[in-house]
Design a binder for this molecule. Structure first.
Ligand code: GRF
Length: 204
């Protein structure tokens, strides 16, 4: 099988990265995790990736000051040097410019801890509780220049329970994230989900 070469971009803990690494160990999985990139040298996920024998690279955004293009140029070079086919953002806490997004258009995914198009941006669990929604969840979507707005590859939901706090809800959503991302990446790597077949958010 010709496995797609995947880079996972992280900024911290890397539990979704770990879920992708674990899924990719299965022989019939259509993708291999070829590279993990972090914009923060202290991201905990880096050690985990190294322990798995995966190539890692730090592209520290603070070294580039306000020059986003040079930061993204370095990111892009790392991805190309490792012949990456698909990029998975997994808790990567930098907004990407249209230049970078267009370069990886149709080949870059993100996981967002909410049922998009609800609750784009940060603090999704707190906002879901404040809004009193009955269902909350996670979404994997293609990345487009507008934040958290790209076509949806897969979504899963959990019921919001009486007495849920931001932490209990986040923990239950994280559990589904770890199933959802490997499933969505499989669909993209097998060519079953594309930018064109993804669900348009404005049609939901
Ligand atoms: C996850 O909740 C993900 O949905 C969001 O950031 C968090 C990253 O967690 N984008 P981890 O680093 O994968 O553990």
């Amino acid at each position: 099988m010709d496995k797609k070469r995947v880079a996972v971009l992280i900024s911290g803990r890397g539990s979704n990265m770990t879920a992708l690494i674990e899924a990719a160990k299965t022989t019939d999985y259509p993708a291999e995790i070829a590279l993990v990139v972090s914009n923060r040298p202290d991201a905990a996920g880096l050690a985990r990736a190294r322990a798995e024998g995966i190539a890692t690279q730090v592209v520290d955004h603070t070294k580039f000051g306000a020059d986003r293009e040079r930061f993204e140029g370095a990111l892009d070079s790392a991805l190309r040097a490792h012949r990456i086919d698909i990029v998975c953002l997994a808790g990567f806490m930098r907004l990407l410019t249209p230049w970078f997004v267009e370069r990886w258009s149709g080949r870059m995914l993100n996981i967002h801890p909410a049922l998009l198009p609800q609750f784009k941006g940060l603090h999704t669990h707190r906002r879901a509780l404040e809004a009193g929604v009955k269902r909350h969840g996670a979404t994997v979507h293609f990345v487009v220049p507008e934040m958290d707005a790209g076509p949806i590859v897969a979504q899963e939901w959990v019921a919001v329970r009486e007495g849920d706090t931001e932490d209990t809800l986040a923990a239950r959503v994280l559990e589904i994230e770890h199933r959802l991302y490997p499933r969505a990446l499989r669909a993209v790597a097998e060519g079953r989900a594309t930018l064109a077949t993804g669900k348009r958010q404005d049609a939901l």
